[in-house]
Ligand binder design. Structure first.
Ligand SMILES: *[C@@H]1O[C@H](CO)[C@@H](O)[C@H](O)[C@H]1NC(C)=O
Ligand SMILES: *[C@@H]1O[C@H](CO)[C@@H](O)[C@H](O)[C@H]1NC(C)=O
Ligand SMILES: *[C@@H]1O[C@H](CO)[C@@H](O)[C@H](O)[C@H]1NC(C)=O
Length: 314
């Protein structure tokens, strides 16, 4: 009894001092992505020129490939499409588990590139937008930099001045008043997205979600100084040592418990659609987006994610 009580007392004293330390709860590497995530063969809610396939089809067509510490998901790059048929086969993954307070680190070697591509690594709660959305890595048509964005229901805004290295694109997170733009922050450096990211061998994206803030970091693989717990995929991480994030979303004027529910991690690759299609020409891409996707399978040779691992800490 005494020992137990002494332990509890110690735990009470130690817990607050742990600060921003989190322990590993899920480690997705190679084939464990296949059991930890579902392939969602659903209609693209953003109206892209894709056909999301199930896991069996994705493996059979080698759109999903798992081996050792390599996990690849990609769009089909061999088929000319009929204009009247379904879109280009692609993959959308959703984690089986949901997470509330957590850190997730994504060690990404390569991300999809090419005109019409709209890849995303993000988290979403049930009953969108009421459960909230955190976009960690997202962009279109190879245009750098990356942008991290929150999408919420009504009544969530971000302060104009805050401790982050990125560039604000909007401070109202409410999807209804922003035509679903949400409150975004662009990463400050070009290698955060697309061909530049891939030429640098990719890097690490990390998100921390607490009851009072959300932070997103990007660490370029070529630039020294990535925290060792991030780079090594350590068994525990301490976000206090990671420096200023590029995106910092505090709860100053946003009640987090009512805007952010437990979230699934989603990784998707769509083509054209509401965003990539709308700015396709303006981004310097040739012809019209849907015809380009239909007729040019080899344009999708590099439209793939290669994950070394994804680790979730709580
Ligand atoms: C893909 O990800 C983005 C992330 O912001 C999301 O808005 C979009 O709905 C997703 N599309 C599909 C088809 O899942
Ligand atoms: C499947 O894809 C992987 C990764 O891109 C590649 O290394 C492998 O050769 C492909 N397998 C076949 C049979 O094409
Ligand atoms: C932000 O979090 C703090 C600490 O829990 C809390 O006191 C405050 O009410 C929160 N602010 C909003 C707007 O929810």
């Amino acid at each position: 009894m005494f020992a137990a009580r002494a332990f509890l007392t110690l735990a009470c004293i130690v817990a607050p001092a742990l600060g921003a330390t989190y322990g590993l709860v899920d480690n997705f590497v190679g084939s464990s992505f296949l059991s930890g995530f579902q392939h969602q063969a659903i209609a693209d809610p953003t109206h892209g020129r894709v056909n999301y396939v199930d896991q069996g089809t994705a493996l059979a067509q080698n759109l999903t490939y798992a081996s050792g510490d390599t996990f690849i998901i990609r769009a089909d790059h061999t088929t000319v499409l009929s204009p009247s048929g379904p879109g280009r086969n692609s993959v959308r993954l959703m984690s089986n588990k949901q997470y509330t307070r957590h850190v997730a680190v994504f060690n990404i070697r390569h991300m999809p590139q090419g005109c019409s591509t709209w890849p995303a690594v993000w988290e979403v709660g049930d009953n969108w937008p009421n459960g909230g959305e955190i976009d960690i890595l997202e962009g279109v048509n190879d245009v750098s930099p990356n942008q991290a964005t929150l999408h919420t229901g009504a009544g969530c805004t971000m302060p104009a001045s805050r401790a982050q290295t990125g560039h604000i694109t909007g401070n109202d997170c409410n999807v209804y008043t922003t035509n679903n733009a949400g409150c975004g922050v662009q990463a400050p450096t070009p290698p955060s997205y697309g061909p530049a990211f891939n030429n640098a061998g990719g890097g690490w994206y990390a998100v921390e979600r607490t009851d009072t803030f959300i932070k997103v970091w990007f660490f370029n693989r070529e630039v020294p100084g990535t925290p060792s717990d991030v780079a090594n995929g350590a068994g525990s991480v301490n976000t206090d040592n990671w420096g200023e994030p590029f995106a910092y979303f505090p709860n100053t004027s946003c009640d987090f418990p009512s805007h952010f529910a437990p979230m699934n991690i989603v990784i998707n690759l769509t083509l054209c659609g509401d965003w990539a299609g709308a700015v396709y020409g303006a981004d310097g891409c040739p012809g019209d987006c849907v015809s380009y996707v239909n007729n040019n399978p080899s344009a999708f040779n590099n439209a793939y994610f290669d994950f070394a691992w994804v680790k979730v800490y709580q």
